[in-house]
Design a protein around this ligand. Structure first.
Ligand SMILES: [Zn+2]
Length: 294
């Protein structure tokens, strides 16, 4: 018997965790909590610094090399990014740990609100290690994507027959875009995804069986995420519309774009006393699908 089932047995009047109440926390104008806002600005500042350094080094390497049309010189230039993979991984992991813990605390606090005796604690070393590997892999593929982008810019400059100084301007412009746009986007996406991952791992660990998707409620929320609002599925199975098992789940999203910037949440769902899910079906369900326990 899982912790949750034991608690359900022990607390007969336990009421639906998520019925009608979303995740109550003061949200800022951008639909983020104060903590998220600070975390995003801290991480995007760090990434901005990293891209700024990489950019000026890439330009220096370009000017030093004196050519950029062949693969060999392009590799030399791109080393500016490649050599920062470790720094990117470390920055993301430092933030990922805090974000995942935040996701964990949110689940535990939801369960406590429902009267269960679960205590706040941290992830086991095994799960922290899993998270680290996941973050490192993700950082690696982000770096490959960025290198591909810069490579494309060099190629384009070459095809346009630009001289070295103009090409350097081009590359500088590309890094400015990275700083303006990618730093924030990566920071927001990472922080939300790791909170989702932390929440998900915690639900699995505590034996939560069902959870409900709560869409971020503003005009930037995607229609597909809105359609999933209030949908209940078994923990560790995909929400069918997006394919994600939790908000920000890159591994399972039917389209990777679904996971970017996702600010939705899941909350554990327990049927209210006297109610149960229709037997023999596996969901997804909505609350109105619950039937009387006979
Ligand atoms: Zn979303």
């Amino acid at each position: 018997m899982t912790i949750i089932e034991r608690a359900q047995d022990a607390v007969p009047h336990l009421y639906a965790l998520s019925a009608a109440h979303g995740w109550h926390q003061q949200l800022t104008s951008k639909g983020m909590t104060e903590w998220e806002k600070r975390a995003v600005s801290r991480l995007s500042r760090r990434l901005d610094g990293l891209f700024a350094d990489a950019g000026s080094e890439a330009v220096r390497r370009l000017l030093d090399t004196g050519r950029y049309g062949d693969v060999q010189s392009q590799r030399k230039i791109l080393k500016a990014l490649e050599q920062r993979t470790g720094a990117l991984q470390r920055s993301l992991f430092a933030q990922a740990q805090e974000s995942a813990q935040h996701g964990r605390n949110r689940i535990i606090s939801e369960l406590q609100k429902a009267g269960m005796s679960v205590q706040f604690d941290s992830f086991s070393p095994r799960i922290s290690e899993m998270l680290r590997e996941h973050v490192f892999e993700g950082a690696g593929s982000t770096m490959r994507r960025l290198r591909g982008d810069v490579m494309g810019t060099l190629q384009q400059a070459y095809e346009e027959g630009l001289g070295i100084d103009e090409a350097a301007e081009y590359v500088k412009g590309q890094f400015d875009t990275l700083r303006d746009f990618e730093a924030k986007r990566i920071a927001r996406t990472e922080i939300n995804a790791r909170q989702g991952e932390g929440a998900h791992l915690t639900e699995i660990e505590l034996g939560v069986n069902w959870h409900k998707w709560v869409a971020a409620d503003d005009q930037r929320t995607r229609d597909t995420h809105r359609e999933q609002h209030n949908m209940i599925v078994r923990v560790d199975t995909p929400f069918p519309i997006t394919g994600m098992k939790y908000p920000g789940d890159f591994d399972n999203a039917l389209d990777e774009g679904e996971a970017i910037n996702c600010r939705c949440r899941v909350i554990p769902f327990l049927p209210p006393p006297g109610k149960r899910f229709p037997p023999g079906q596996d969901g997804p369900f909505y609350e109105e699908d619950l039937i009387d326990r006979s």
